[in-house]
Design a protein around this ligand. Structure first.
Ligand code: SAH
Ligand code: MG
Length: 194
């Protein structure tokens, strides 16, 4: 049953051009959550709730807080979360993540929102991370453009690619974290708090 409905979300995302995590990327993330016994998760960028639902389904005692600024996507995510009967374990907030203050601490923070603002998200939510917590970042390859920007002529896209490269350098140079980059999905990094 559940499988059918997850497939429906994947299909909906594809038809409506909603950039949910790619298959091998999300599989990698849920495995990481399972193997490392992660229980409290913060996600920046819910879209339609797909990755939040996938993460919550890893285990009954996992709690996810997820933030989505777009009202239309937020409404769809709420509906999807309710359909999976996960409203008690997934808390979704309709806000710009840069405008809210959270007091709770999390084992894992998943950054998957506006690519131009990753450094800001990282610095803002660093204080919400538990000791030994990790920050996961998605889309560091950006359709392969980060490795080869000649694949696009679009100025805005080129600008975004430059920002993602800057973020990658920021992660590499950050002495408080050890970051491992994975060539999975659209490029995933795991930054472990030292
Ligand atoms: N994590 C989702 C996909 C998220 S797509 C999944 O894999 O299923 C990125 C989402 O981030 C978009 O829906 C966009 O509206 C949202 N977003 C972008 N910037 C944001 C911000 N500053 N605060 C909250 N949400 C943001
Ligand atoms: Mg993504």
């Amino acid at each position: 049953m559940v499988h059918v409905r997850l497939e429906e979300l994947e299909k909906y995302a594809e038809i409506n051009n909603i950039p949910i995590m790619q298959k091998d990327g999300i599989e990698f993330l849920v495995n990481y959550i399972q193997e490392n016994n992660i229980k409290n998760i913060l996600e920046i960028g819910s879209a339609i709730g797909y990755s939040a639902i996938k993460m919550a389904l890893v285990s009954d005692d996992i709690k996810v807080t997820t933030i989505e600024r777009d009202k239309e996507r937020f409404d769809i995510a709420v509906e999807n979360i309710n359909n999976f009967n996960l409203q008690n374990r997934i808390k979704i907030i309709n806000e710009d993540a840069l405008n809210i203050e959270l007091l709770d601490k999390y084992d894992l923070i998943f950054i998957d929102a506006a690519k131009s603002q990753y450094i800001k998200f990282f610095e803002k939510f660093d204080k919400n991370l538990n000791n030994n917590g990790v920050i996961v970042s998605d889309n560091l390859s950006f359709h392969g453009l980060v490795e080869d920007e000649t694949k696009t002529n679009n100025r805005n896209t080129k600008q975004l690619v430059r920002k993602i490269r800057k973020y990658i350098d920021y992660l590499k140079e950050n002495k408080n974290y050890k970051t491992i980059f994975y060539k999975l999905g659209d490029g995933v990094a795991i930054s472990i708090k030292l």
